[in-house]
Design a protein around this ligand. Structure first.
Ligand code: CMC
Length: 428
């Protein structure tokens, strides 16, 4: 017999079905709640609300589990390439050899952006934050491909848009960096792998030879995989909700880039490094900064700590912490920020405030230190997160479309004034 949940409102009892996920997670299906009871639910920040069923990513925050399409993140980060993971997320299965070759070829063929886009870059001030530039550029792509605005396009046309996005995002990211430096743009090189091509566009100069360091390319591959999807987070939910209005995929992804930018989400990786630098410049008194983070009258939070769903540990942080040690050792980089981060982590993990609230280092606590070692400028850190998250956003959008999900439109409980009459200005 299928399970149900009983709700009693004003003495009347109602039954609702209980939905069970493939990992035995349970939800009360309230689709008919308003129709039968006249009530809605209130859940600011959606802390208890499932917006969808999804077959993409499984996350168990209590036990620190993260799997893409059933594959543990640890195995993917160790063994897969980013494009393999992108294919897995978007199409549901790991690609065969020929599927991967075709996918890679399609991505490689579309790395160039229209020459006219250069003029957009030139109009931005040198200090423009690259996330602002990225969000605008991704949306601008839709104007070069007007056919993408048709929500009823055939599957092949949708695939092409998805491939174009994966191909062009690294090009646009590197262009935003070069533009900020007022250096000449570097065109994509199609004989290079995905990560190597990005590094080449970022760091090669017409004045000297540049060969991407395999250690750097490997670290980048791992970081992109670790960020590739994270189920219904703020930016993925944004992409789904914007896409649910049938806005085109470029516009939906651009909205995801904007949502990611905030310091409580992807912007935390930039905020962590800025925080560690600030602590160091302030003399490195860690106890003082931990006390500030605990003080409810102080807006300071320990950036890179805490997570909406991980209340035990973030499995990505575990992998990144190890990768961080490896990369710094292989590249021979000594970074005092790493020492501060490790000490801060130790103090916080022993402090009852953090223990009681289940606040642990998240993916962004150490990722900035690796990006720094790879010579990625601080303002580009969140752009790196966006490059990684792109296949996840696309997969979430595709699932929403294929499931024919209705337009996202939450309700509210109104707490404003009751009806009153207009008062002319001389009587106010
Ligand atoms: N430093 C100090 N206190 C914290 C922190 C922190 N980083 N994070 C949460 N708390 C406290 C918070 O004040 C609250 O305390 P109380 O119960 O006494 O009111 C309690 O812990 C629960 O916090 P919350 O804000 O209700 O939890 P949330 O699920 O709404 O927020 C979060 C999650 C990630 C926004 C939050 O932990 C935070 O602001 N962390 C710092 C920013 C950060 O690192 N963000 C990156 C997240 S990982 C990348 C990604 O996937 O987006």
């Amino acid at each position: 017999m299928s399970e149900t949940a009983k709700i009693e409102i004003e003495g009347k009892s109602y039954e609702f079905p209980v939905v069970t996920g493939s990992e035995n997670e349970k939800a009360i299906d309230i689709k008919k709640l308003r129709g039968t009871t006249g009530c809605i639910t209130i859940d600011p920040g959606f802390k208890n609300t499932g917006s969808t069923t999804s077959a993409i990513t499984y996350l168990d925050g209590e036990n620190g589990i993260l799997r893409y399409r059933g594959y543990p993140i640890e195995q993917l980060a160790e063994k897969a390439t980013f494009l393999e993971v992108a294919f897995l997320l978007i199409y549901g299965e790991l690609p065969t050899k020929s599927e991967l070759e075709n996918f890679q070829e399609s991505i490689t063929k579309h790395t160039l952006v229209h020459e006219d886009m250069k003029q957009f870059f030139e109009a931005y001030p040198a200090k423009a934050h690259p996330m602002g530039v990225m969000a605008s550029m991704v949306c601008s792509l839709s104007t070069f491909y007007p056919e993408s605005q048709d929500p009823n396009r055939p599957k092949e046309a949708i695939d092409l848009t998805m491939h174009r996005l994966i191909a062009k995002l690294p090009t646009l990211a590197a262009m935003s960096y070069k533009n900020a430096m007022r250096h000449p743009f570097v065109y994509p090189k199609n004989e290079l792998g995905y990560c190597e091509n990005f590094l080449n566009m970022m760091f090669s100069m017409p004045t000297e030879e540049y060969t991407p360091d395999p250690v750097v390319a490997e670290a980048l591959n791992k970081l992109l995989i670790l960020h590739a999807d994270h189920e219904q987070n703020c930016s993925a939910s944004t992409v789904r909700i914007v896409g649910s209005s049938q806005a085109n995929l470029y516009a939906s992804i651009s909205a995801g880039v904007s949502a990611l930018w905030g310091p409580l989400h992807g912007g935390a990786n930039q905020a962590v490094i800025e925080m560690l630098d600030k602590i160091q410049a302030d003399g490195g008194d860690l106890e003082k900064w931990v006390a500030k983070a605990k003080d409810k009258n102080d807006p300071f939070r320990l950036m890179g700590f805490g997570h909406r769903v991980y209340k035990n540990f973030d499995p990505r942080a575990k992998i990144i912490k190890k990768a961080c040690d490896d990369v710094l050792e292989k590249l021979g980089v000594e970074d005092p920020a790493l020492d501060i981060a490790k000490k801060l982590e130790k103090i916080a993990l022993e402090d009852p405030y953090f223990v009681e609230r289940g606040l642990y280092p998240n993916v962004d606590f150490y990722s900035g230190i690796i990006y720094k070692a790879l010579n990625i400028p601080t303002e580009m850190f969140t752009v790196m997160f966006a490059l990684g998250r792109l296949p996840g956003w696309i997969a979430q959008w595709k699932e929403m479309v294929e499931n024919k999900e209705p337009i996202g439109r939450p309700r509210q409980i109104y707490t404003g004034e009751n009806q009153r009459d207009y008062v002319s200005i001389d009587k106010r």
